[in-house]
Write a protein that binds this ligand. Structure first.
Ligand code: 5GP
Length: 138
């Protein structure tokens, strides 16, 4: 079954569209965290970021700064977060890749982040880095 975003891309579901090209569409989030909260979505219907084709990924990378700059100008916001969730455990609700652009305002409107860092374990980090690099070369 087509995702809600595919239905928006097809024009079957209305949206406040901000940008569209052959590979990407951007529209306002229907439940914004702050004014200007936008979703940037590849037309390729894939659930998670690592599944995208290089062409879709590149098109997203090109669209994000363009759309973000326009949102800042239009809203007057000077700060923003980019959020991209993959998997239900990581709070992904719509299983079609999307990037959130979320303006952050002086009064606190925008993305609230709880960040609980821990000190790196250099021995296990070195092993992990070696493993990931092997995967990248595979
Ligand atoms: P996720 O948690 O998957 O990263 O976020 C999905 C986002 O899609 C949510 O912020 C939600 O408000 C938005 N969304 C879900 N359905 C629709 C829709 O039909 N139209 C628009 N514009 N946004 C939607």
């Amino acid at each position: 079954m087509a995702s809600i975003f595919t239905r928006i891309i097809r024009g079957e579901v209305p949206c406040h569209k901000l940008f569209e090209n052959e590979l990407v569409i951007a529209f306002l989030d229907v439940n914004p965290l702050s004014p200007g909260h936008t979703l940037v979505v590849p037309k390729q219907e894939m659930a998670e970021l690592h599944m995208l084709s290089p062409a879709s990924a590149a098109a997203l990378g090109a669209a994000l700064p363009l759309v973000a700059a326009a949102i800042l100008k239009a809203t007057g916001a000077t700060a923003y977060n980019i959020l991209q969730n993959n998997g239900a455990m990581a709070h992904q609700e719509v299983m079609h890749v999307h990037f959130h652009i979320i303006p952050k305002y002086e009064d606190g409107r925008g993305l609230a982040i709880t960040w609980k860092p821990s000190a790196i374990d250099h021995a296990s980090a070195a092993k992990l880095a070696t493993h990931v690099k092997q995967e990248l070369c595979a």
